[in-house]
Design a protein around this ligand. Structure first.
Ligand code: SF4
Length: 374
């Protein structure tokens, strides 16, 4: 299949795009926003999150931290708590660190140039271009997955869109088409095209303003384009969580090392090479005396980028709680929900407390009050 050759400079492209955007754009809480802090928050949330889920978090985040100074003042634990459930927690940690650097190094003013924005922790090319163009009108193309897909189809680009060279080629094209007097609207319109019309499956070509020029549509190649090959090996990890239980108390620990879910809390973890875990041998070797047999009460598979996490949760009624290590602390069962935790642990806590009607814990004692039967 030979890609179509089209002129790279299309003066009408931006006009057509912006006309369509002005009429059809979705009504979202960050539309029309010019405050760079708020735009930054929306862009970071939307990096790995669907719009429908992101709206709620956007509002809650701004309610908790209405400006960069409030975010910088907050404890990281409070930021992670507001972020809980959204995943990719490094986003929240990076924003918090960046807010502090804006206060310390920029006198509390959000940087207004591309290089300054790009230097903020957690801000890559795409996010810097999006914030710079929307907040300050800087003419930098913002190229995310939506834009890559739309341009690859429109232009008939068959190269791997996961490759840096293809991304650069598409960014160059967008840079030439960009409407310099409405850079922010242009970038938002490009993303809106990919998000609403030129969707991954079944693009809505019948309503697309570019249908009469689009290579993929004209050649019936919308299913073949874009071509993407990640060629990435997925790593499998097996997390066995022990929930020791003694007099309505258990133990939580903080993930302080450089790994997924950094600084979030979790139950004591034994990572193994497989699902297989000899819990009784482990308890014996670690001198943990039980008052009833341990019981695996929930297991799940959690898919992250390039990683599958298999998590297993065991309730371990003990004669006394093991002595907490430096990263651990004793926590009342009734206070477990006060801590920022990853989604899998959040669900395990719900099951443990009987707050998850889809997975009731079948026990012969009540975890909230072990002396009383269920
Ligand atoms: S015509 Fe269809 S495939 Fe082409 S850009 Fe529009 S929505 Fe995408």
């Amino acid at each position: 299949m030979t890609p179509r050759v089209v002129p790279y400079f299309l003066p009408m492209f931006a006009d057509t795009l912006l006309q369509w955007f002005d009429t059809h754009k979705r009504d979202l809480p960050w539309r029309g926003e010019t405050d760079p802090y708020r735009i930054w928050v929306s862009e970071i949330i939307l990096q790995q999150t669907r719009v429908a889920q992101g709206i709620d978090y956007y509002r809650r985040f701004l309610e908790a931290f209405p400006d960069v100074a409030a975010l910088a003042r907050a404890d990281e634990a409070a930021v992670l708590k507001v972020w809980q459930g959204l995943g990719y927690y490094s986003r929240a940690r990076n924003m918090h660190a960046a807010a502090r650097s804006i206060m310390d190094e920029h006198g509390g003013r959000f940087p207004a140039d591309y290089a300054g924005i790009r230097q903020l922790k957690g801000v890559g090319d795409y996010t810097a271009a999006a914030i710079g163009s929307i907040a300050f009108g800087l003419p930098h193309p913002a190229v995310d997955g939506n834009v890559l897909r739309f341009v690859a189809r429109y232009q008939g680009i068959f190269d791997n869109i996961a490759a840096d060279t293809t991304r650069r080629q598409i960014a160059d094209l967008c840079g030439q088409w960009l409407a310099t007097d409405r850079a922010g609207a242009f970038n938002q319109a490009m993303m809106e095209m990919g998000a609403t019309l030129c969707t991954p499956k079944s693009p809505d070509c019948s309503h697309c303003p570019f249908a009469d020029q689009c290579y993929a549509h004209l050649h019936e190649q919308t299913e073949q384009l874009p071509f993407k090959s990640l060629n990435v090996k997925v790593k499998e990890r097996f997390f066995h969580y022990l929930v020791p239980l003694f007099q309505e108390q258990t133990i939580l620990q903080r993930r302080s090392h450089d790994d997924i879910w950094k600084n979030l809390y979790e139950f004591p973890l034994v990572e193994q090479e497989s699902e297989h875990f000899e819990i009784n041998i482990y308890l014996k070797n670690n001198h943990i005396e039980t008052s009833a047999p341990p019981q695996r009460f929930w297991q799940t598979k959690h898919v992250l980028t390039h990683r599958n996490i298999y998590a297993y949760f065991y309730l371990v009624p003990v004669k006394r709680l093991p002595k907490p290590t430096a990263d651990q602390m004793v926590v009342k069962i009734s206070e477990l929900k006060n801590y920022a935790v990853a989604k899998v642990t959040e669900r395990a806590i719900d099951i443990l407390l009987g707050d998850d009607s889809t997975a009731q814990l079948q026990l012969d004692f009540n975890p909230k009050n072990p002396s009383r039967p269920c």
